[in-house]
Design a protein around this ligand. Structure first.
Ligand SMILES: Cc1cc2nc3c(=O)[nH]c(=O)nc-3n(C[C@H](O)[C@H](O)[C@H](O)COP(=O)(O)O)c2cc1C
Ligand SMILES: CCCCC(=O)C(=O)O
Length: 331
């Protein structure tokens, strides 16, 4: 892990209510996958190319992954995150504690709307319209959550709702303000993806694909892109590290749509490894929350600056190139 990010996590831990810290930090079950997401990067190495004789471009293919309830981390909540995002894609959680219109107004770069399809399709449609009206540039449907993950830390703390004064603002007038007002349903299917596509002309991504067969089905459904993700180890504690699932999905998709990735990215080198394995961009989840808790907008900016600087340095050391043949396993 980049030491500056570790420092921000330490600071976040010191300022956050331990219950809220554990909500952000925790995973499902024994937290095997939570640990594996980071460990998977340590098992891989990069073979740099040399004498490539070129200056790298400044492209920084990173997105801010959707995470719920930023006002639990800092009073400015998602507004601070949006202001700090710069030109990175900000995927704003449906469960934001600031309305999506205000998130978009605070951002200078693209904002995408993350959606859990609600079984009441009128509610789903109202959310999609809200995202469109706000000026979101894509809808990202999270598909790895037919049911809430069982997070032992939250169960131990009895954390199952937001403190007074905080609400899931996009949901408040539709179903209610609380965490449990957001429905996750095992009945959601590819048919619902089709229905969301019929509702909107916005590009639709699916987030949380691990099986290559699902990636192929997604492409067949005309999705704009796929995010390989295991939800930061918060859903099923039996899945592989997200990084280990990436190559097979990239191969199955075969360039037809972009394949983004998240899970365990904690350094610029991690971003480089994910891109070398074929990811179109790398998503950052918890480090953004640590920056936000530690120092609001400035803290999130710091996280992105540190990652950008480190990524571009690594890329230069790799000859400005990242490809699958440059990735080897450590013995
Ligand atoms: C506190 C927290 C809340 C999250 N909320 C959402 C959410 O509302 N929607 C969603 O699709 N994913 C959510 N995720 C998953 C993230 O989008 C992402 O997949 C994951 O955090 C990436 O792993 P990382 O935290 O190791 O970077 C959440 C993750 C965390 C840690
Ligand atoms: C209804 C909020 C869901 C948040 C989430 O996805 C997570 O905590 O992982």
């Amino acid at each position: 892990m980049n030491p500056l990010l570790a420092e921000l996590h330490d600071k976040a831990r010191a300022v956050l209510d331990p219950v809220h810290h554990d909500f952000f930090a925790g995973g499902v079950g024994d937290e095997v996958v939570l640990a594996e997401n980071e460990a998977a990067f340590r098992r891989l190495a990069l073979l740099p190319r040399v004498l490539r004789g070129k200056q790298i471009s400044g492209d920084f293919p990173v997105m801010i992954s959707p995470t719920a309830f930023h006002r639990l981390a800092h009073p400015d909540g998602e507004l601070a995150t949006a202001r700090a995002a710069g030109d990175a894609v900000l995927v704003s959680s449906m469960a934001s504690t600031v309305p999506i219109a205000d998130v978009v107004a605070a951002a200078s770069g693209p904002v995408w709307f993350q959606l859990y399809v609600q079984p009441d399709m009128d509610v789903t449609e109202a959310l999609v319209r809200r995202a469109e009206r706000a000026g979101c540039e894509a809808v990202v449907v999270t598909v790895d959550s037919p049911v809430f993950g069982r997070h032992r830390r939250d169960l131990a703390h009895g954390f199952h709702d937001l403190p007074a004064g905080l609400a899931a603002e996009n949901m408040r007038d539709l179903v209610g303000p609380g965490l449990r007002d957001i429905e996750m349903s095992p009945l959601v299917s590819w048919e619902h993806i089709g229905r969301v596509q019929e509702m909107t002309a916005l590009p639709l991504w699916v987030k949380g694909v691990l099986h290559p067969k699902d990636a192929i089905i997604a492409v067949r459904h005309g999705v704009a892109g796929i995010v390989v993700s295991n939800h930061g180890g918060r859903q099923l504690d039996l899945v592989p590290a997200a990084l280990d699932a990436l190559p097979a999905v990239v191969d199955a998709v075969a360039g037809r749509v972009p394949v983004a990735f998240d899970g365990g990215v904690r350094s610029g080198g991690d971003i480089a490894l994910a891109l070398a394995l074929g990811a179109s961009s790398a998503g950052i989840g918890r480090p953004v929350l640590w920056g936000l808790a530690a120092d609001g907008e400035q803290g999130v900016r710091r996280v992105l600056d540190v990652l950008r600087d480190e990524f571009l340095h690594v890329l230069t050391l790799c000859g400005g190139e990242l490809s699958r043949d440059m990735v080897v396993t450590r013995c």
